[in-house]
Design a protein around this ligand. Structure first.
Ligand code: AMP
Length: 189
């Protein structure tokens, strides 16, 4: 199962991905987590992406595609992959298709979590207070949201045309959203 959890920043993708990892043994591939780990390690890559991330911009396609390609190779044989925060551009979506195709696989399901902007802002403000992630501050967050609408939301029709897109209401409780995701997974199995 190659599942894309799709949606704006702070839609709850990470929370749901972690649950699926625990319950189904899927592997979560979060480019945001990988980039934060690179920064924490002080690597050259981490230093290169720091400013872009802090400004709420998008890291180059080349960098994130390489990160995903590396993990797909390292974790070959996993029962499923959850792509969380990737793809975010058309170039990334095309690269993901090619990477999966070369492994005899494809994007099986895209679950789009729909959350309105007001709710996203409420959530991210809370997350900022609790976790102190610099890019969750309101000014940076609105730039991340802008990037989402400009670069990432245009991928929706691509997956809709292929018949792999399921849209769910991401505004309910974690349990309600989990239920909708499980139903979508069952349907596509
Ligand atoms: P996230 O945790 O997914 O919200 O990602 C945090 C930040 O990492 C984003 O605001 C971007 O700067 C960067 N990032 C994460 N994933 C990607 C991606 N697929 N393409 C470009 N930049 C990314």
């Amino acid at each position: 199962m190659n599942l894309i959890l799709f949606g704006p920043p702070a839609a709850g993708k990470g929370t749901q991905a972690k649950r699926l990892v625990e319950q189904r043994g899927f592997v979560q591939l979060s480019t945001g987590d990988m980039l934060r780990a690179a920064r924490a390690s002080g690597s050259e890559l981490g230093q290169r992406v720091a400013k872009i991330m802090d400004e709420g911009g998008l890291v180059s396609d080349e960098i994130v595609i390489d990160l995903i390609a590396e993990q797909l190779t390292l974790q070959a044989g996993a029962p499923g992959f959850i792509f969380d925060g990737f793809p975010r551009t058309m170039g990334q979506a095309e690269a993901l298709d090619a990477l999966l195709e070369s492994r005899g696989a494809e994007v099986d399901l895209v679950i789009r979590m729909i959350v309105d902007d007001t709710r996203l802002l409420e959530r991210v403000t809370k997350r900022f207070e609790e976790q102190g992630r610099a890019d969750d501050n309101p000014a940076t967050f609105s730039r991340r949201l802008e990037r989402y609408y400009e670069d990432t939301a245009p991928l929706v029709p691509l997956y809709a045309e292929r018949g792999v897109l399921v849209e769910i209401d991401g505004m309910g409780t974690i349990d309600t959203v989990s239920g909708e995701i499980d139903a979508a997974l069952k349907q596509s199995a």
